[in-house]
Design a protein around this ligand. Structure first.
Ligand code: NAP
Length: 642
């Protein structure tokens, strides 16, 4: 599954009609780059493109219908000829041609550094991000070195696999009883990703046969189980065990790791620690008067009980971020009544087919059009430059609702969608956020059925007057109306900005991470390291959230961490940490750039994108190739090694 799948017999049996039908579903921009790569056909390269700035992402499109038809014709011819020649693997074509075919797929020019990022994202080499030792490590030093990975979720599994491939001894500590991390815990009805699933893998998993463009929680779990089982990681994971404290022992240059599991509390030691605990994992439970008096059941969305039976019940949902908006329409299908408590509306972007599976033809293309999946992955991930432009505040742009001309286009598109779905102007006003799009997390919804349809049903009540108190039998709203309910669900989010919470982490001289972060909140050097906390790396640490998919972020940080470990092992050193000046300098740039981003808009500073410290601890102001550059290799002159 890691290599390009070849299902030769399927193509050999395909009729001309099936090939044409499948190619009709192909993405024209992908055909543009892929066909050029495979054939060098200059007519393909000459097809014209245009910008489609609507929707939640800016997309380059093939401009003329005639060009689209020509690309499809050529793809059909290529596939027919391939079938008639016996099918099987197809060579990717000259390596140097990628320098042109990749920009053709993306519809943007790339400098060499940007190209290097895109070249890896194609996943033509699924193991491009494995540590490749610059010289063979001495066996006894490898044996002496050990790493503890905290968390067996999306990021922790990748770290485990890369350590395993590098031959570095490691153990994973996982608080749950299975792999998957946040997704293992996220099982509320309607839970699914809003990052396209094609971009929600590591490069070694790029060909995982996802059935949907946006997978639900169960299918994400299938990917995590596949990673754990296919690569034999389970035996290296200690389940049902939580890490409570990390303490750096300077004399031994080791971390002391206090864990709590089925055998009680004990202490492990290892040379290095990789935290992969996610930032949307520790639920934020609201403190509302009367909560303890409620006689029905209540839970947070990330703790959906296995025995929860809400069918035919009256359910209150508190909170309308991505989670609440996903949950409400799903609950409305089977409960007696849903009462949704909304404090702040969010921007909604309608994506056709968000809730659907891929058409069979798309999956056929993935299996049979050589390298299609790789080019689709690249097209889906992109460079993020368009998103970064759309979220940049233009100080000369004068508009009360948006921060730039591009931001306004996106807002207008969201408003148009709202108008299409909601006829009642009063309800539209209630559902129109004050803040500009992308100053807080926007929500992807299906164009056919979403929260906008749900709140217009008779069996759903939208409450915007606030919550006065919780009673024994329900919730009294801000207007004094009492809503009788059987269940209260808190869709109130997570301790997103409190990284590594609630672990206690003590570094050199007993300094804690809390001490380091007292002024300004959570920060890291290059998203993953902390001065005074040697041999510690965080996967998806502070300021990682933004344009780069989490899978890619995990790949990049893990390779970076492993290159640091390589240095320790090969040079027989004991500790590595960032210099304080380098940490400060990096964060000054993060903060200066974030101050120019839409998430610093004062109308949205209650969202988890911002903190009470007047800065963002979660948002990343860099585009994808910039992040790639920051993490491609450790810059050792910014690190202290001893
Ligand atoms: P969230 O975005 O932090 O939203 C929390 C919601 O709870 C907000 O509407 C907030 O209102 C409300 N709230 C908090 N405390 C409250 C209180 N005491 N009383 C009333 N309302 C209260 O959390 P989330 O929706 O769980 O989403 C978190 C992130 O998880 C998302 O941004 C996304 O990154 C990820 N996620 C993704 C998906 C997806 O892929 N589709 C789905 C779910 C989650 P205010 O806004 O007024 O504070």
């Amino acid at each position: 599954m890691t290599a390009e799948p070849t299902v030769a017999s399927e193509l050999l049996e395909a009729s001309d009609e099936l090939i044409e039908r499948a190619v009709a579903h192909a993405d024209p921009m992908v055909l543009r780059g892929l066909l050029y790569q495979l054939t060098g056909d200059e007519e393909v390269a000459a097809t014209r493109i245009t910008v489609d700035p609507r929707g939640f992402q800016t997309f380059m499109m093939v401009a003329d219908e005639d060009d689209v038809a020509s690309l499809r014709r050529k793809a059909v011819e290529l596939l027919r000829a391939h079938r008639d020649a016996g099918g099987g693997p197809m060579d990717i074509g000259p390596e140097e041609r990628l320098r042109r075919s990749v920009p053709l797929t993306l519809g943007e020019e790339l400098d060499d550094a940007e190209f290097e990022y895109c070249r890896e994202e194609l996943a033509l080499d699924p193991w491009a991000r494995t540590l490749s030792w610059s010289e063979p490590p001495p066996a006894e030093r490898l044996e002496d070195f050990s790493v503890t990975v905290i968390g067996a979720g999306f990021g922790g599994l990748n770290a485990a696999l890369m350590l395993k491939r590098a031959g570095i001894p490691y153990t994973v500590i996982e608080k749950d009883s299975g792999v998957g991390g946040t997704w293992w815990e996220t099982r509320y009805p309607g839970a699914r990703v809003d990052t396209p699933s094609r971009a929600y893998t590591h490069i070694f998993g790029a060909h995982f046969p996802y059935s949907s463009p946006f997978c639900d929680s169960a299918e994400n779990q299938r990917y995590f189980d596949w990673v754990a089982d296919n690569f034999g990681l389970r035996d290296d994971i200690v389940f049902d065990t939580e890490v409570l404290e990390l303490t750096w022992d300077e004399a031994a240059s080791e971390w002391e790791i206090e864990i709590d599991g089925p055998e009680g509390r004990r202490t492990l030691r290892s040379n290095a620690v990789v935290t992969a605990v996610g930032f949307l994992n520790r639920p934020r439970i609201p403190e509302i008067e009367g909560m303890a008096d409620f006689r029905g059941r209540s839970w947070h969305t990330s703790r959906w009980p296995e025995d929860a039976d809400v069918d035919g019940k009256r359910v209150a949902v508190v909170g309308t971020g991505c989670t609440g908006y996903q949950l409400i329409p799903e609950l409305a299908r089977s409960t007696e009544h849903v009462v949704a408590f909304q404090r702040t509306p969010q921007w909604l972007f309608g994506v056709p087919g968000y809730l659907s599976r891929f058409p069979e033809e798309v999956s056929w293309l993935d299996r049979n059009l050589p390298h299609y999946t790789s080019f689709m992955r690249l097209r889906t991930l992109g460079t993020g430059k368009a998103f970064m432009r759309m979220t940049e505040i233009d100080p000369d742009f004068d508009d009360p609702h948006s921060v730039s001309a591009r931001n306004k286009i996106v807002r207008d598109a969201a408003l148009e969608f709202l108008h299409r779905k909601v006829a009642d102007p009063e309800l539209r006003a209630i559902m129109t956020p004050e803040h500009p799009p992308w100053s807080a997390r926007a929500v992807v919804v299906d164009t056919e059925y979403s929260v906008l349809d749900a709140i217009q049903r008779d069996d759903v009540t939208l409450v915007t007057s606030g919550i006065r108190r919780i009673t024994e039998t329900g919730i009294e709203d801000g207007d004094g109306t009492h809503h009788e309910v059987d269940v209260i669900v808190s869709a109130t989010g997570f301790h997103a900005s409190e990284y590594l919470f609630p672990m206690k982490i003590r570094g050199v001289g007993g300094q804690t991470l809390e001490d380091l972060w007292r002024v300004g909140g959570a920060r890291a050097y290059r998203f993953c390291m902390y001065p005074g906390f040697p041999n510690l790396w965080s996967v998806y640490g502070p300021n990682s959230n933004g344009v780069l998919g989490p899978g890619t972020f995990h790949d990049l940080v893990t390779r970076y961490a492993l290159e640091c470990m390589e240095r320790l092992i090969l040079e027989d050193r004991r500790a590595i940490e960032p210099k304080r000046e380098a940490y400060d300098r990096f964060n000054e740039e993060v903060d200066a750039r974030n101050a120019r981003k839409v998430w610093s808009d004062p109308r949205a500073t209650t969202s988890y994108y911002w903190t009470e410290h007047g800065r963002s601890a979660v948002m990343c102001p860099f585009n994808s190739p910039e992040i790639f550059g920051l993490l491609r290799h450790p810059q050792f002159d910014e690190l202290e090694i001893r």
